[in-house]
Ligand binder design. Structure first.
Ligand SMILES: Cc1cc2nc3c(=O)[nH]c(=O)nc-3n(C[C@H](O)[C@H](O)[C@H](O)COP(=O)(O)OP(=O)(O)OC[C@H]3O[C@@H](n4cnc5c(N)ncnc54)[C@H](O)[C@@H]3O)c2cc1C
Length: 651
């Protein structure tokens, strides 16, 4: 058995993984990072539009601060998030953006003086103040009170990941690429690394570590149409699920992005609408103001995706050989703006549609985009159920996003989460003894036996076929709008596929670079996750954020203000629930601001609201910080707890 030992094993070399690694290395803990692909090819590099942080620099960001960011995030989540996490996050986000600037991220900057901008479909003049010249700019994004999304043209993820990876190289962090973690090493109490397969040589390696952090990204590729990269298959998340000890939180919370191009499914950023683009139907009519008169195209993502789907259902979609779609019109922004701020969108339109977005409308429809659910962790990023295991980024349910993530809050989560949780990972690694090799042996044998069996099987099912069926079921029955009948069918069908996946037959019997073997190992993991998503969705008989049940259209705080927890036990998904405590909320549940308020209220909401109001009346002169700490105290590592300063025209 080949073994590699390290202090902190990090599975995933996207933004979350690299930021955790940098935090560990800075604390003198050796970090070793694993990745399916070279680090700079991780999915984070695909992020376009930007990263939220309340710098308050621009004239349109005036008045922004951590509290506004916190409130937007909680409302965006439809009160499903962990408010303490949202508070910690909003506090650290400005530090994350500034640090990344120091590390070389070329943030788009403010130019003092007047400039033309398109707001609500009208060309307007905006004047930036002289004292803000050269400060980091922000653009508008959906569901936010102020312009808060910092950006580098529309290649924000690319710039961030390149800067982060260069920093990791400079820090001497080892990234082992083209390897795949297949099973966690643990003794039932503590996680001590992972069994990993070299995707080129086929060799199995036991990575032994004091701490293990899963940063393996989302599970978008469970659906046949997704904006996610092909490697976003959720195998890291499923690996935690397979322990039977670690739960997945809110697997059913899945976001569909309004604007993926048709037919390729590639995303064009929310920045298109943030910068003034509008949505049009088959008649060229701008329909969003009819549904959401206040926020229009910049309502929360889940809301816009639903409105688009509803509008197509009324017969206003554009028919195409690839199904119906709507139009995204950014022509009003003009070629100069697009060339500067939306150049990736321009390339995508040119290369995949053969159109010029400065002149032509872009065919779009809502498509699977983001996994709010993931490995359930506490505020320190520690996974439930196994000591020494952490999760950060899209793979985790830390739970910053609840049932809907705001645009720009995911890049921010990867870096902020990496900064905060990285400190806890480093501290845990310092306090833990190196594991004994023996603990890895049964896990190594289990994985080796699974691979042997797959390579020797004379009969069984085709892994590609099972996967295709899974993707279609997820698309047709676990989509934007959900019903009990379809979800019941989905659960039955997915469970059947999952059972079939225990018997697979491969045509390719080689041990080294064997894509069919990779597929077989992955499809088993993906099917478990798919079952968890569908079962969670079926059980949740309410509509909250991106989880929209047509048979249960109301948000039901009375019965459902709780987090779904899925354990994999006895080869089946087992559901339980974790209550969300209203009495500890800084922002008690209320109306989110879209459509009609049809919430079934929880009796504790009114009680908590009265407490919050009473406190405010009792201490009218309290500072914002005093108010906040009194209502919902939170702790951050000292390094990150300092107040933020704002130099712009904001507070
Ligand atoms: C097209 C697109 C545009 C987006 N734009 C924005 C935006 O503008 N703003 C925003 O906030 N968010 C955006 N997002 C979301 C955001 O990009 C992601 O949520 C975020 O980058 C995820 O980062 P991560 O570090 O968690 O995971 P990733 O960047 O996905 O990295 C996962 C890593 O895990 C590795 N890995 C996976 N499984 C294994 C395994 N089993 N063994 C070993 N390694 C493994 C991979 O190789 C990779 O290195 C966008 C998403 C998409 C799809």
């Amino acid at each position: 058995m080949k073994t590699i030992t390290t202090d902190a094993l990090i599975i995933g070399a996207g933004l979350a993984g690299l930021r955790v690694a940098l935090a560990c290395q800075a604390q003198g803990q050796q970090a070793t990072v694993l990745s399916l692909v070279p680090a700079k090819r991780s999915h984070s590099s695909a992020a376009q539009g930007g990263m939220q942080a309340s710098l308050g620099n621009s004239v349109k960001s005036q008045g922004d601060d951590e509290t506004a960011h916190f409130i937007d995030t909680v409302k965006g989540s439809d009160w499903g998030c962990d408010q303490t996490v949202a508070r910690m996050f909003a506090h650290v986000a400005p530090k994350a953006v500034r640090q990344s600037a120091e590390w070389g991220v070329p943030w788009s900057r403010i130019k003092a003086g007047p400039r033309q901008a398109v707001i609500n479909g009208k060309t307007t003049t905006i004047k930036e103040a002289v004292q803000t010249h050269g400060l980091i700019h922000a653009r508008d994004f959906g569901g936010t009170k102020h312009w808060r999304t910092c950006y580098t043209s529309d290649g924000t993820g690319h710039s961030l990941l390149y800067a982060m990876d260069n920093k990791a190289i400079a820090a001497g962090i080892e990234v082992h690429e083209r390897v795949e973690a297949l099973q966690l090493i643990h003794d039932g109490q503590r996680c001590q690394g992972a069994i990993v397969r070299d995707l080129v040589s086929g060799e199995l390696i036991a990575y032994l570590a004091k701490t293990t952090t899963i940063c393996s990204g989302g599970y978008g590729r469970l659906w046949s149409a997704s904006t996610n990269a092909l490697i976003c298959e959720g195998t890291g998340t499923s690996m935690a699920l397979e322990t039977g000890l670690v739960p997945i939180g809110n697997p059913e919370a899945v976001q569909f992005h309004p604007t993926a191009i048709v037919p390729a499914g590639i995303l064009v950023t929310e920045g298109c609408r943030g910068d003034g683009g509008v949505l049009r139907d088959v008649d060229g009519h701008r329909f969003m103001p009819d549904y959401e008169p206040e926020k229009k195209e910049l309502a929360s993502r889940d809301v816009v995706s639903r409105r688009m789907t509803e509008h197509m259902r009324t017969g206003k979609g554009v028919k195409s050989p690839y199904g119906e779609h709507l139009w995204l019109d950014i022509t009003q922004l003009g070629a100069a703006h697009i060339d500067k701020n939306l150049r990736e969108v321009k390339d995508i339109c040119n290369n995949f549609l053969g159109i010029d977005p400065a002149k032509d409308w872009i065919p779009v429809r809502p498509t699977q985009h983001y996994s709010m659910g993931g490995i359930r962790t506490n505020e320190k990023g520690e996974a439930y159920g196994l000591a020494g295991l952490f999760a950060v980024g899209e793979a985790a349910c830390w739970d910053l996003h609840g049932f809907n993530r705001l645009g720009g809050n995911s890049l921010a989560e990867t870096v902020v989460g990496g900064m905060i949780i990285g400190e806890h990972v480093a501290a845990a690694a310092k306090q833990t003894d190196a594991p004994e090799e023996a603990v890895a042996v049964p896990h190594w044998h289990a994985v080796a036996a699974e691979i042997d069996a797959l390579l020797q099987a004379e009969q069984g099912n085709d892994p590609y076929d099972l996967r295709e069926q899974m993707e279609q079921i997820m698309m047709d029955k676990v989509g934007i709008f959900r019903t009990g009948t379809e979800l019941e069918q989905a659960v039955v069908e997915l469970e059947q596929l999952q059972r079939q996946a225990s018997e697979l037959k491969l045509h390719n019997r080689t041990r080294h670079s064997n894509p069919e073997l990779v597929e077989a190992l992955r499809v088993r993991k993906m099917l478990k996750l798919a079952v968890a998503v569908a079962k969670g969705a079926l059980a949740r008989t309410e509509s909250r954020g991106a989880h929209a049940r047509e048979d249960y259209p109301q948000r039901n705080d009375n019965e459902w203000l709780k987090r779904t927890m899925v354990h994999w036990r006895n080869d089946a998904a087992e559901l339980s629930y974790e209550a969300i405590d209203i009495s500890k909320m800084e922002l008690p549940p209320g109306f989110r601001g879209y459509g009609e308020d049809n919430t079934i209220a929880h009796p504790d909401s009114a009680v908590r609201l009265a407490q919050v109001e009473q406190w405010q009346q009792q201490y009218p002169d309290a500072t914002e910080q005093e108010r906040q700490q009194a209502l919902m105290p939170y702790e951050l590592p000292t390094l990150l707890s300092q107040p933020n300063q704002r130099r712009g025209v904001g507070k």
